[in-house]
Ligand binder design. Structure first.
Ligand code: FES
Ligand code: FE
Length: 475
């Protein structure tokens, strides 16, 4: 294995070895050291509202059934039959009380327990020969949720999701908790792009700098009320916990003025006032910063924007989207893009907001098309031998001595947690890649096999499994 310490050291200094955006060996490290430990978004509770609802989602190569079991509890189960390894559930979503393996017919309840085993007596000697009781599809090693967003981790000793998000949760609420009723997610749209997964995450975390250049045409056709894309330099970037994002600077006014300015109806504004903390209201009202794009390390991004949606009207309307950059390889990513809207929003708002989302993002969105062209080109160029000689400059906002070009905003200027700077800077891209180095430098966890029937004692992430492994549920 190549020694990557020089690569990691350069990344920490804000000089990025270009090959990390298209390097097979780096991707193997990411699989073994990053995606095997970090929290991964798999679904929102609104996608499985009823008992028996399920969706099938992946964490890289591992498929999981995320279901609401017959008791209403949310489960995430490795989608591999305990018998000979067939993928148990082949549909992408649905409602089922049981899953039957297509290969030989073993069947499982929607909480993962084996319920049926064809020719149990003849083939295995019945319960005496092989007890079904206590055998379940392998549960995800860790599962947790925030605002109904369900995450799993392949690390059985993962810190809580709350600790992992840290102070970024303050900002996540703007996107995912606009009322006490919570949110609805529609989708996901899924498509593949020939680009490395990190580029999207970095772009949405803090790249306000690309907007005037990459998205010129979208601004020129008058999709936005703000006349100049250059306006982005007046916003700030913030980083807190395991995530960070960008904001727009609003015209002076109260919280209500600010939310009306981006197109929220009064009834939604009233609910936000009842839901968000005084500091969350202050960031938008008194400080005048409206959240825009953001990323949660490693591969989730969020967008909030407010284009004009109806022809011949200057009215704008906001939309929200959550997207996941699901790695396929070092040079291919599956994008999963969900439309997000407050559950209690008026139906007319939901319809127009969905239209706004589709115009801007999603597989045919104007912003999406502009962005992806850059990312594919970058990925292709990063594969060559010359890219191995180049360190990309990711030091924007930082002087040669490491001090910031623009000092961090004080608490009177920005009431949100973490560190925030006005203007263009690559603070957040650096934070994101520093986290990336933190994970890649650590040795992988020891995770041994789990076998059913208690015939092999497994060691799962350091926890010795004395009882029949996979015994997550009992009658
Ligand atoms: Fe599933 Fe045999 S592989 S029943
Ligand atoms: Fe963009």
């Amino acid at each position: 294995m190549t020694d990557h310490s020089a690569t990691f050291e350069a990344v920490r200094a804000g000089m990025i070895p270009a090959h990390i955006y298209n390097d097979k060996e780096i991707f193997e490290l990411e699989k073994g050291r990053l995606f095997s430990r970090s929290w991964q978004f798999v679904a929102h509770e609104s996608e499985i509202p009823d008992v028996g609802d399920y969706v099938v989602r992946r964490v890289l190569d591992d498929s999981f059934i995320v279901s609401r079991d017959s008791k209403g509890e949310v489960r995430a189960m490795f989608n591999m039959c305990l018998h000979r390894g067939m993928q148990v559930c082949r549909a992408e979503m649905g409602n089922a009380s049981h899953f039957r393996c297509p290969y030989h017919g073993w069947s499982y309840r929607n909480d993962g327990r084996i319920i049926g085993l064809p020719f149990h007596q003849e083939a295995y000697g019945g319960e005496e020969g092989f007890a079904k009781k206590g055998q379940t599809l392998l549960p995800a090693p860790s599962i947790d949720s925030y605002n109904g967003l369900i995450f799993i981790s392949l690390d059985p000793n993962a810190e809580s999701l709350k600790d992992y998000l840290g102070d970024f949760a303050f900002y996540l609420d703007y996107y995912t908790k606009q009322s006490k009723g919570g949110l609805e997610m529609r989708g996901p749209q899924r498509w593949r792009i020939k680009a490395n997964w990190k580029i999207g995450a970095e772009n949405f975390a803090g790249d306000m700098y690309h907007t005037p250049q990459t998205h010129t045409s979208v601004v020129e056709i008058g999709l936005f009320r703000e006349p100049k894309a250059e306006k982005r330099k007046d916003g700030n970037t913030y980083w807190a916990g395991n995530g960070g994002g960008t904001t727009y600077k609003l015209p002076p006014g109260s919280f209500e003025d600010s939310m009306r300015y981006v197109g929220y109806p009064d009834e939604m504004i009233e609910r936000m006032k009842e839901t968000w903390s005084p500091e969350q209201l202050k960031v938008i009202g008194e400080n005048g910063f409206m959240v825009s794009a953001a990323s949660i390390f490693p591969n989730i991004s969020l967008v909030h924007n407010w284009p004009k949606v109806e022809e011949h009207s200057d009215e704008v309307l906001p939309f929200l989207t959550l997207r996941q950059w699901q790695p396929i390889s070092e040079n291919e990513t599956e994008v999963l893009s969900w439309f997000v809207v407050d559950k209690d929003a008026p139906e007319e708002f939901k319809a127009l907001s969905y239209k706004a989302y589709l115009m801007c993002f999603g597989s045919t969105g104007m912003f999406e098309q502009d962005d992806v062209e850059n990312w594919v080109s970058l990925t292709n160029t990063a594969a060559g031998s010359m890219a191995r000689r180049l360190h990309l400059n990711s030091r924007m906002g930082m002087k040669i001595d490491g001090s910031p070009v623009v000092p961090a905003l004080g608490p009177d200027e920005f009431a949100g947690p973490g560190e925030a700077h006005v203007g263009y800077g690559e603070y957040n891209q650096r934070h994101l890649l520093e986290r990336w180095v933190d994970y890649l430098e650590r040795e992988p966890n020891e995770v041994d096999a789990v076998s059913i029937g208690g015939l092999v004692r497994g060691n799962v992430g350091g926890t010795t499994c004395d009882s029949p492994c996979g015994d997550a549920t009992t009658e």
